[in-house]
Each structure stands twice: as C-alpha cells, then as structure tokens.
Write a protein that binds this ligand. Structure first.
Ligand code: AHR
Length: 534
C-alpha cells in the first residue's frame, strides 16, 4: 500500500479526541487555520432539477425480484406484491424519477410478455445478468403500481436493440393513450382503465454496447426512426425523449448525436461508473480496501466533473440555449461482487466511501445545473451502489441511502455559488480537494442548505463560512460519519452508519464556523433570514 500523507501545510490536524461527531474544534492551533469559504447567497444561479436525485431499477439480480417484488402471496408484508418496507424507505427519499426496465435488459425486453395474467406470461432468459429465467411477473402494470406507490415519475426505456418500432409505438399507446384503440383497450382488458403518465422515455440503452453495438451514425438514424413512433397522446404534456448517449469519455458519440439528432431528442444520456482500480476485470472490493483504494475511488469519481464539462462543451456548440439536457442515467460505484454471490447479480455492499462518492457527485451535478437535467444512480435495491439491501424479510439502509436522505433538501433548490480554496488531501503523490461544498436556496426564499464533505480519512477540518447575502438566525445540521473508511450497515447491525444531529456549528458576525470531521458528509440548514434572499 502507498504511504499516506496529511493535509498540506497551513492546516493543523485535530487530535483524535476531537473526532467525536459534531464536536466543536478545540481551542488552539486548529482553530487558527480554518478553511475559508464564502457562500454567495447574493449570486443565485439555476434551479437544481430535482430529477438529479433520480433512481434506476433494472431486472438484474435481486434488484426487482426479492428487492422490490415479492408477489402478493409472500409472507413479507406487501401491497399487491410490492414490498412495504422498501416502498416506505424509498418514499422518505422523495424519489423524483425511476428508470426501468434496464439497462442492458431493456434492449432484450418485450413488453407484451409482461402483461395479462401472471401465470400465463411467457418466460425469457436474462442473458446479461446471470442467465437466469425471467418469468415476467413484474411487468408494465406492476412497475406503474410501484411508481404510484412511491409517488414518483416513470422513466421507461424502450427496446431499440432487438425490438421493432411497432412494438415501441404500441407500448407507448398502451401506457399513455386514453383513446378507444387496440392497445388502450388491451390495457383496459388487463384492469387499468385510465392511461398512465410516462413523462420520460428512453430510446434504447447503451446502443454502443449491449444495446446493439452500433456506430453513433447508425444509432442516430435509429433514434430518428424510432422516435417518430413515440407519439404524444397527451399533446399538452409531450413525452421527454432521452437518447442513448455516450459512455464516459466517448466525446465523438455526443458530437454525432448533437449533429445528427439535435433537437429531436430532449436529452442525451451519459454513463459513468466509478471503479477503485479502473480495471473491469479486478475492480476492487466493496469493503476490504485500504487508503489507496479509498483515495483512488474518490479521485476517479471526481472525473465526473471533467466528463460533464467536456460533453457539455460539445453540446454548447450546437445548442448554446441549452435546450437539450444531459441525463446521467447510470452512475455510481461498481466493485467486485460480494464473495459467494452470483457474479451476474452485481450485489455489493456500500460503505462510508460510497457516501462520499454520492456527496461528491451531487455537488458536481449541482454545479452543472444548467445542462444536467436528470441523474439516476445505479441501482436502487441490491444492485451496485444501492440505497437498500434486502435478505428475505430483512432490509438495511446503506450509507448511500443516508446521503440521498440528507440531500433531499437540495431537490429543486436554487444553486448558490460556494467559493472555496480547498486544501488538498494528498496520497501517494496525488491529490484531491479535501473539502467539497454546495449550497442551494429553498423555495421559501429564506432557507439555505449547505452540504459539505471531507474526503480525508483521518483529518478533520475547521471551516469558516462567510455568508454573503443572508443573515440566518439559526444553523442546524445532520452529520454522517463513521469510525472507519470501511464502515457499513449489515443485517445484524443496520444502524452502524447513520446521520446524527450536528451541534458543532456556531454563527457569529455573518460567519458560520464548524469542524468537519474526517470522512464525513454534513448538511447544515441556515434558517430564518430576516429578509428573503434575492
Ligand atoms: O447498471 C448495470 C449495467 O451497466 C446496465 O444494465 C448497463 O446499462 C450498464 O452497462
């Protein structure tokens, strides 16, 4: 393992005695060398689209089956087959949007196999994910029921890779038409009178790979063709069409889509996964890692900023008015699967490291609120960087879940710039910023939420935050931290990593002072400004 280093000079370290959650800094040298931050409530930016806090649930491993769907006959408490505990936990996150049915699965999925009496539905092989038999018991009606139970918006990805344009056209009619027409009548026959609302529709997934191994030029033509048949049955609320966009650094893909599809798409997607090693063969363990992979994971996840900046710059050339959005509809950590689990099921644990990954990405997404219209973490339950893990009737919330829960206050807020010269967290000759920060103004115009993350695994930091344009009466916070980098929640100890009230912030003379513990995520609510913030 590489040698670790402390923060760069000019910052004093606080002893471990001061690491207690939420504890104010001890008087002394640490307090004399704070990190200076200015929160510019006087310079509001764009609204942060609440869809940035979106989710993704694929027919993959135990993501849908067991994780969400247990069937109406299950002893696990459920509503029409959907787990009550999982729905309740997810509802607490204010899920704005849920993407389904894939992923790679979407381009092999034939929706007509997933409607009608369950016992009569044909089976298929889920070739991508473990080669298991998919019995189609969770289909269109079950997904739309889930969407209703969660109070979220549906984002459905249609099959471009192995489906026909007719099949896609009929699915859209089945879902969204109130006419007396063949597909709407079929839906009625299957028990649903009214059309559903499907605000977002994806035209294929990863067409450069599992979605058909297409060249961008070919996919652009396919998009134009299939898109023609995605009809707006409710003309007042046209469907928002998302094209299968680039994989991480493939800028050519974005160039071609912008050139050949342009405004026919409402958004192009972007996929980027964080692997500790960057090597798909040996990605790294979710829980057995040292500081080298703590650092490399955070460093690699911060590449998201460069990716968005470069894809957005290409989009800016063709679309300076920013009418076409960037939808990062798959992101998150991807580790080697938990030992002993089926490799195709992508089941992994989520530690304090994943909490940092989530916070850093949200801060990046906020900064790019002018172009990033949606993001969907992969994936909601039991797959990759999940919110929730289940084992039969048991359920556990991950550290990632808690970041989504703490950050929900940012949903739909107005971006406020945060000026910050972060000290570096240096490891093995490389560095990342030790502090990451982002702020939004809530809809009431009087409340500001400031979220902060400390990437350093050992060193807390004293911060002084100058509040420009607000004079709050109170500052209250919630803190997520843990004794170790690898800390995580298990079925035996489900609350090992959980937010706690943070009492360590003081307000004086227009400045907020606090100590940000090592490896932590903090959200501070600044309330009761005397006058509405501009
Ligand atoms: O999220 C897992 C898989 O990753 C998705 O099915 C696919 O789109 C991506 O490659």
């Amino acid at each position: 393992m590489k040698r670790s280093h402390s923060l760069v000079s000019g910052l004093f370290l606080i002893t471990s005695a001061a690491l207690a959650q939420g504890q104010a800094p001890a008087a002394g040298p640490a307090a004399a060398s704070p990190v200076a931050i200015t929160l510019r409530a006087d310079q509001p930016g764009r609204v942060v689209n609440r869809n940035i806090y979106g989710h993704f649930a694929e027919h993959l491993g135990r993501g849908i089956y067991e994780g969400i769907w247990v069937g109406p006959e299950s002893p696990i408490p459920n509503t029409r087959g959907i787990r009550n505990d999982v729905v309740a936990a997810l509802k607490a996150l204010n899920l704005p949007v849920l993407r389904w049915p894939g992923g790679c699965f979407a381009d092999e999925y034939h929706w007509k196999d997933g409607i009608g009496p369950r016992e009569k539905r044909p089976s298929m092989i889920n070739t991508h994910w473990g080669g298991v038999v998919e019995d189609n018991s969770f289909g269109t009606h079950e997904f739309m029921d889930l969407v209703d139970q969660l109070g979220t918006d549906a984002y459905i990805t249609g099959n471009v890779g192995s489906g026909t344009a007719r099949e896609m056209m009929e699915w859209v009619e089945y879902l969204t038409s109130d006419a007396v027409s063949p597909m709407a009548n079929l839906r009625r026959q299957n028990g649903r009178e009214k059309a559903w609302r499907v605000p977002y529709f994806g035209l294929g997934n990863e067409p450069w790979g599992c979605g058909g191994n297409m060249r961008p030029e070919y996919y652009a033509d396919e998009f134009r063709k299939y898109n023609t048949f995605v009809k707006n049955y409710d003309r007042a609320k046209p469907i928002y069409r998302i094209a299968g966009g680039a994989n991480d650094f493939n800028y050519t893909w974005t160039e071609v889509l912008m050139d050949r599809v342009g405004r026919q798409m409402n958004a192009a997607s972007l996929h980027y996964y964080t692997l500790p090693t960057g090597n798909w063969r040996t990605k790294g363990s979710a829980t057995q890692f040292g500081e080298d992979q703590w650092f490399s994971t955070l460093s690699r996840t911060l590449k998201m900023d460069e990716l968005i900046t470069k894809h957005a710059a290409i989009m800016d050339k063709a679309d300076p008015e920013k009418r076409i959005g960037l939808a990062i509809d798959e992101w998150g950590t991807w580790y080697d699967v938990e030992p002993g689990t089926q490799p195709g099921f992508l089941y992994q644990q989520s530690t304090m490291r994943d909490a940092l990954v989530a916070a850093l990405n949200f801060h990046i997404f906020h900064r790019h609120a002018d172009r990033v219209v949606m993001t969907n973490i992969a994936q909601t339950v039991n797959v990759l960087q999940a919110m929730i893990l289940t084992d039969k009737e048991k359920m556990v919330r991950t550290p990632t879940y808690w970041v989504f829960e703490m950050f929900k206050v940012h949903q739909g807020g107005t971006f406020l710039p945060v000026e910050l010269q972060s000290p570096d967290y240096v490891f093995g000759g490389e560095k990342v910023p030790a502090v990451s920060a982002s702020a939004t103004k809530a809809a009431d115009g009087r409340t500001v939420h400031l979220s902060l993350a400390n990437t350093h695994p050992r060193d807390p930091l004293v911060l002084t935050v100058k509040l420009a344009g607000i004079s709050p009466a109170s500052a209250a916070g919630r803190l997520l931290t843990a004794p170790t980098m690898q800390a995580h929640n298990t079925f035996a100890a489900p609350d090992a990593v959980k937010p706690v009230p943070f009492e360590g912030a003081t307000l004086a003379g227009g400045t907020l002072t606090l100590t940000l513990p090592a490896k932590s995520v903090l959200v501070v609510e600044l309330r009761g400004t005397r006058r509405p913030i501009p």
